[in-house]
Design a protein. Sequence first.
Length: 254
Amino acid sequence: MDGTGAGRLAGKVALISGAASGIGRATAALFHREGARVAASDRNEAGLKTLGADADLTLVHDVTDEAGWRDAVDAVVAAFGRLDILVNSAGIAVLGNIETTTLADWRQVNAVNAEGVFLGCREAVRAMKATGGSIVNLSSVAGIIGDGSSLAYCASKGAVRLLTKSAALHCARAGYGIRVNSVHPSFAETPMVLEGIARAKDPARVRSGLERAAPMGRMGKAEEVGNTILFLASDESSFTTGAEFTVDGGLTAQ
């Protein structure tokens, strides 16, 4: 199936950042199966090349680059004539608490996770405000509840949560027909999480702890997060904006 066929996103054009791996990659594959034309962006050029038919257009793109965001959105519109969906999926994590986090770490994490989302939303609104669309921002349960060892990450994901609501209110009141929502996964089996486990002194203990954190007793899967993103990208969520969706196996229900 491609962007000209049937499916929940038939005829829509989507730009997905951080699409070379993890949740972004799973979302690109899911969107393609559901009929969207998919533009996949990432700074990982080698990873983009492995997407194959799941991407109709690939863009080497650093989300911290302001001019790069404008170029990426313009390239999508030039290729497909419009932009209907933006998924801000690019993100990084650096461990550190209030005593150990360096200013360099703080700035790096927030540049990617918060500023990158801000720039993506701003450029998507520019492209979508005449036609409408859906923006889905990847936050985290760490943007809702705290974690003592992930200071910069929590701050960046909390920023995404409230940035989403502010942008959603502006777009709704301006009559743009643009919906903006956030998705908040817990620990999912993505390369970023699995690499963090592997670096731990006792990987088996860390993995077991992450699995126990959710009442459902396991980590999530990238595809499960992608299914929620798909709902928010589709017309099925046409009266949903400024909302936050947890995909966390019940972690934040405790």
